[in-house]
Design a binder for this molecule. Structure first.
Ligand code: R7I
Ligand code: MG
Ligand code: MG
Length: 347
């Protein structure tokens, strides 16, 4: 794969997280049937029709009109993804104290953090060690929330060619906030899905079943939870059902095992289109910002940044750590990767 294409995939994964998060945020927590009713009559309209434009800009539709620049805002998903990317780009590998410090410094309470993560971040801000707080959550089991998976795209692209290191770092970065095995495995699986997407050429046809086989071979989950979900995805791809039934079957909740599979499904159901995959993910309702962010990361890593519609990028907030910053961060992460290897991407 050539340098430009890989660079585009780094940008696609990070900005894909951002755009999926911002698109899903206005409808996070909506029940799928309410979303389905709102969107039902817009779904099959031809490209270019004015109402199709509205459908494309889902947040515009939900808020009742066009979206002025800067008003599509990200949530905790992107804010924490930024911390992961900053730390990896700076150190070229995992540094727990530094990543935790960045999570704490970037933290803004109004970004919609999950309650467990919120508490960890407050403790980190007060000087707790990076690996000392998260294990105490939920009666000492640690969190299986999707917070470690939603932010993991930078690990997926950075280690797309090294599954062992990808797993090690995906789990370690999870540990800062999520120590439950299902929370860590969800993060590793999501990172590996991003990696598998990054490794594939976007202009060749993607076989969803081979993709699922790759994910299955990567799993290390004694409970069998994720393997069962991957089987469910395969079954749903073979015998399609209405999308809200897909959501019910795979889950659209705040837990990693009830949201990572839905994101993988959204990508595999429409692998030819970034836009369709992200809309599919967001339409699940439930944890829409997070499923949108994770589907956006996978689809962005596959298609590259050029596939993200300009009309989705334009309204993204663009303050100190906004759209342009995330773009530069993705560039820096890519540069760091090949500086580390002291060679160019393999051709
Ligand atoms: O995982 P986390 O960072 O939350 C991420 C979600 C995303 O949707 C974001 O967009 C944001 O909205 O929040 O935060 P946690 O609080 O660690 O986990 C999320 C939720 O999962 C918890 O609040 C619990 O409801 C549930 N959960 C658990 N419930 C019971 N037992 C997580 N772990 C457990 C558990 O061990
Ligand atoms: Mg969020
Ligand atoms: Mg969410």
């Amino acid at each position: 794969m050539n340098d430009d294409r890989l660079r585009s995939k780094f940008l696609g994964a990070l900005l894909g997280t951002f755009v999926g998060d911002a698109l899903g945020a206005p409808v996070e927590g909506w029940p799928p049937d309410r979303l389905a009713d709102a969107l039902q009559d817009l779904r099959d309209l031809p490209e270019g029709s004015p109402r199709r434009e509205m459908y494309d800009a889902l947040f515009g539709l939900i808020s009742g009109g066009p979206v002025p620049p800067g008003t599509a805002r990200y949530t905790d998903d992107t804010q924490m993804m930024i911390g992961v990317a900053e730390s990896l780009a700076e150190h070229g590998g995992f540094e727990g104290p530094d990543m935790a410090r960045r999570f704490a410094e970037n933290f803004e309470g109004k970004r919609g953090y999950g309650p467990g993560a919120y508490g960890v971040l407050l403790a980190l801000r007060q000087g707790a060690a990076w690996d000392e707080v998260a294990g105490q959550l939920f009666g000492g089991t640690g969190s299986y929330g999707n917070g470690a998976a939603m932010r993991v795209a930078p690990v997926g692209v950075f280690y797309h060619d090294d599954p062992a290191e990808l797993r090690r770092v995906a789990e370690l970065q999870a540990t800062i906030t999520h120590t439950h095995p299902l929370g860590k495995e969800g993060a590793a699986l999501q990172a590996f899905a991003v990696a598998c997407a990054a490794r594939r050429e976007p202009d060749t046809e993607l076989d969803p079943f081979t993709f699922l086989d790759d994910l299955r071979a990567f799993l290390r989950d004694d409970s069998g939870t994720y393997a069962a979900k991957l089987d469910d995805i395969a079954e749903l791809l073979r015998s399609p059902v209405p999308f809200y039934e897909v959501g019910e079957a795979l889950g659209t909740e705040l837990s990693a095992h009830e949201s990572v599979p839905a994101a993988i499904y959204a990508f595999l159901a429409v692998p030819h289109s970034f836009r369709e995959a992200v809309l599919y993910a967001v339409r699940f309702g439930g944890d829409a910002d997070t499923i949108g962010a994770m589907a956006g990361a996978i689809a962005g890593a596959y298609h590259g940044v050029e596939a993200i519609p300009e009309r989705w990028l334009a309204p993204l907030e663009n303050g100190a750590k906004g759209r342009d910053y995330v773009r530069e961060l993705a560039e820096a992460l890519c540069a760091r990767k090949y500086q580390n290897q002291s060679d160019t991407p393999s051709q």
